[in-house]
Design a protein around this ligand. Structure first.
Ligand SMILES: [Cu+2]
Length: 320
C-alpha cells in the first residue's frame, strides 16, 4: 500500500508552503515597496526607435514615450534600430523648427553635446544613434543622462522632428514610482508591434499603387517608415520610363544608379536619356517624383543612398 504516505506528504508540503508564504510574502512586498519609494537612485531604460528583423519597417518613436523618474535618477536611451535617431534636449528659447531639417554636416547634430548631468535648460544631444555600425554615421548605441532636478523635460529626435518626441518627468526624491521598468517594457513591446502592423499596412497599400512604370521609393506616415522600393524589380521596354515616387510624410530617400556621390543633395546625370553609368536623383523629400527614361537594354541596379544599408535597393530590367 503506497497510497497512504502520499496524502500525508501533500499535507506536510501544503503546511510548509503556507508557512513559507506567511514569512516570504511580507518580505517580498516590503522589498518592492521600499524600492518603489525611490530611496536610492535608479537607472531607467528607454528604447530609441524600433524595426522589423529585416529592417524594412522602421518606427519613429521613443519607447516608452513618457517616463516618470525621481531627482537623482538616470535614464539610458538604447539604440533599437538601424535607422538613425537622436535624443536631443533643446536649449531654453530654442525652437524645434530652427533645428530642422537635420543637418548631417553639423557636429551639433552629429555628435554628443552637453555633459552627463542635465541642467534643465542647455542643449544636450546624444549624437547620432543606431544599432548598426554601417549606417554611414559615427553612431553610438546608447546615451545616459542624470537628472538631478525636478521638472518636465521634453526631448526630440532631430532626424525625425516633431513626430518623434518624448518627455522625462522628474519628480522629488522619494516619490512613489507610478510604473516599473517592466511595465514600461511591456508597453514598449505593444507599441513596437503596433508600429510594425502600421508599416506592413502601408507596404501593402504601396503595392496597390505600384506597377512596372511606378516605383514607390519609400513611404511613411509619421509613425512607421517602409524602407523599400516597391516593387523592388520592374521590367520595361527600351525607350520607356519609370517614375520613382517618395510617397511618405517625413523620410527623404534617393534613387542612385552607379557610383554613390559624396554629396547626396544635388542630382547627378540626365534622367531623360539614361543608358547606364551614374545617375542620381538628389535628395528626394516626401512628395517628390524622379522619372527616368531608359534608352538601352540591360539590367540596372540602384540604391537609396541613405538607406541601402537597410536593404533599400532596386532593379530595373530594360528589354529590347
Ligand atoms: Cu531611403
Amino acid at each position: 500500500m503506497t497510497a497512504h504516505p502520499k496524502p500525508r506528504l501533500l499535507r506536510c508540503l501544503r503546511a510548509l508552503i503556507v508557512l513559507l508564504l506567511a514569512f516570504a510574502l511580507p518580505v517580498a512586498l516590503s522589498g518592492t515597496a521600499v524600492a518603489d519609494r525611490g530611496k536610492s537612485p535608479r537607472t531607467w531604460t528607454v528604447q530609441v526607435g524600433s524595426e522589423s528583423s529585416d529592417q524594412a519597417i522602421q518606427g519613429m518613436s521613443f519607447l516608452p514615450k513618457n517616463i516618470f523618474i525621481n531627482a537623482g535618477d538616470k535614464v539610458t536611451w538604447e539604440a533599437n534600430a538601424a535607422e538613425i535617431h537622436t535624443v536631443t534636449f533643446l536649449a531654453k528659447g530654442q525652437t524645434l523648427e530652427s533645428t530642422q531639417p537635420f543637418d548631417p554636416s553639423n557636429p551639433l547634430y552629429l555628435l554628443a553635446q552637453g555633459g552627463k548631468s542635465y541642467d534643465g535648460h542647455s542643449y544636450y544631444n546624444s549624437g547620432v544613434m543606431s544599432n548598426v555600425s554601417d549606417s554611414g554615421f559615427p553612431a553610438v548605441d546608447s546615451y545616459t543622462l542624470k537628472f538631478p532636478d525636478t521638472g518636465d523635460f521634453t526631448y526630440y529626435c532631430l532626424v525625425h522632428g516633431a513626430v518623434m518626441k518624448g518627455t522625462v518627468y522628474v519628480r522629488d526624491k522619494g516619490t512613489d514610482y507610478p510604473y516599473t521598468q517592466e511595465q514600461y517594457n511591456n508597453r514598449a513591446d505593444r507599441t513596437a508591434r503596433a508600429i510594425l502592423r502600421d508599416g506592413y499596412e502601408q507596404w501593402s497599400a504601396a503595392r496597390d499603387q505600384a506597377d512596372n512604370h511606378t516605383v514607390i521609393a519609400g513611404t511613411d506616415d509619421g509613425v512607421a517608415m517602409v524602407m523599400r522600393f516597391i516593387e523592388q524589380k520592374v521590367v520595361i521596354r527600351v525607350g520607356e520610363s519609370v517614375s520613382f515616387v517618395n510617397n511618405g510624410m517625413g523620410a527623404p530617400h534617393t534613387v542612385t544608379f552607379g557610383a554613390e556621390p559624396a554629396n547626396v543633395f544635388p542630382p547627378v546625370g540626365d534622367p531623360t536619356n539614361f543608358t547606364g553609368g551614374q545617375l542620381h536623383s538628389g535628395f528626394m523629400v516626401p512628395g517628390t517624383t524622379f522619372t527616368v527614361t531608359f534608352n538601352k537594354a540591360g539590367v540596372y541596379d540602384y540604391i537609396c543612398a541613405l538607406h541601402d544599408f537597410m536593404g533599400m535597393k532596386g532593379k530595373v530590367v530594360v528589354e529590347d
